[in-house]
Design a protein around this ligand. Structure first.
Ligand code: SF4
Length: 400
């Protein structure tokens, strides 16, 4: 006797169940022998039919329980029990600024058109991640809005059942407001390290400070939640910390102070790091504030000056890493998957995709290879860290 069970599920889920996640499912479903009868994939509406032989109620219920559990929890768990449901996709390794901590001083060559993931490749690869439980996608760069097909990619990805967002330097935002609104983006991160026009030119080696400020106003006027990322660097901009906090008092902006981090070619020195402790000490001299804590899977510890319109937060990657509940994966513009910002290994998803191979095993394995903390490359006293010994791309080639 056998039963045919129609089951609305993504094919990768089924594959995962059999090959990776619950290899002992058959033994756990005692007296239930089953096999997949057929898979039919049409975008995300996939019907998989299972044929059961000699099943009994207990086995049937156990199997259903596992499926629901998997669908509920997501599928990309690493060996430290962290679920990965957040994908950052770099659209380009090019940028219209030249921030010294992000882009090496010497001329770097950008990926060629053939090396970049095309808009359709981005969409179809992203779909595979979504099928594995990803529910948030952030577009990054370089600067994502210098990518010629940026509007097309935003529109394509907005059709996926995810929270879509972006990190940008803000210089070209005014050209994309209709597309951003159309895509349902309700929160954007803007990288801005100074509130001083001269310092902006010093850090970015380009003009454009006023444009970025105007574009932040433009987003606010459209009701978009604006987070401003400020990389704090000793001797460069740490004296502006309280100017940024004052900004949050008067404007509904959410400033995030980010500790300086080591990347290939960014002239990292431990002494340039202004730690979270130092940042808070600095702010305490002028403001009273309340801690709002850290959201689950979040990177920032948030604070609030009573009566202010915005908030401020600290991302303390160097002094207090927050890897314990990390849920992030990255896809570089040339289609390499990085399981951590500091991972020295990469998985060539795009090459496999172009060979028409199943990329799901590669994604799963990359997540399983993820190290506990900071890509396994450093930890402890960052003052001792020799950035030259790190194996990683430059920030602009990772996408932050
Ligand atoms: S350093 Fe790596 S593991 Fe830690 S939070 Fe960042 S991406 Fe996640």
């Amino acid at each position: 006797m056998h039963t045919v069970l129609p089951f609305e599920v993504y094919p990768q889920h089924i594959w995962f169940v059999f090959d990776y996640r619950l290899p002992s499912l058959e033994t756990r479903c005692e007296n239930s022998l089953f096999r997949a009868k057929k898979f039919h994939s049409q975008k995300f509406n996939t019907r998989a039919e299972f044929e059961f032989y000699e099943t009994n109620t207990l086995g049937y219920q156990t199997l259903l329980h596992h499926f629901y559990e998997l669908r509920h929890l997501g599928l990309l768990y690493d060996t430290f029990k962290r679920n990965h449901d957040y994908l950052r996709i770099s659209l380009t390794d090019n940028c219209n600024l030249r921030c010294f901590y992000c882009m090496p001083e010497e001329d770097i060559s950008c990926a060629t058109r053939e090396q970049l993931m095309s808009p359709d490749e981005i969409l179809n690869i992203a779909k595979q991640f979504v099928a594995l439980g990803v529910n948030k996608i952030r577009l990054t760069g370089g600067e994502p809005l210098v990518r010629k097909e940026a509007a097309e990619i935003i529109a394509k990805l907005s059709a996926l059942p995810v929270t879509l967002t972006m990190t940008t330097n803000g210089l070209r935002l005014h050209e994309f407001v209709p597309q951003i609104l159309e895509a349902g983006m309700r929160s954007l991160n803007i990288s801005l390290d100074t509130l001083n026009a001269d310092t902006f030119t010093l850090i970015t080696r380009r003009q454009g400070f006023e444009t970025v400020l105007n574009n932040i106003e433009l987003l606010l006027s459209h009701g978009i939640h604006v987070k401003v990322n400020m990389v704090v660097m000793r001797g460069i901009n740490e004296q502006e910390i309280n100017d940024f906090v004052r900004w949050t008092v008067d404007k509904p902006v959410h400033v995030r102070f980010i500790e300086f981090m080591p990347f290939s070619g960014n002239k990292w020195q431990g002494e340039k790091v202004v730690t979270s402790h130092e940042i808070l000490e600095h702010i305490e001299k002028e403001f009273s504030f309340i801690s709002l804590g850290k959201e689950p899977n979040g990177t920032a510890r948030k604070y609030f000056v009573p009566g202010s319109l915005g908030t401020f937060a600290i991302i303390s990657t160097m002094s207090h890493p927050f890897c314990e509940d990390c849920n992030r994966m990255r896809l570089t513009a040339d289609g390499k998957m990085k399981n951590c910002l500091f991972s020295n290994g990469e998985t060539d998803i795009l090459a496999a995709f172009r060979r028409n191979e199943d990329i799901v095993p590669l994604i799963v394995q990359s997540v399983l290879n993820k190290k506990e903390k900071l890509g396994g490359q450093f930890g402890g006293d960052f003052g001792e860290l020799n950035a030259e010994e790190l194996h990683n791309r430059s920030m602009i080639k990772i996408g932050g």
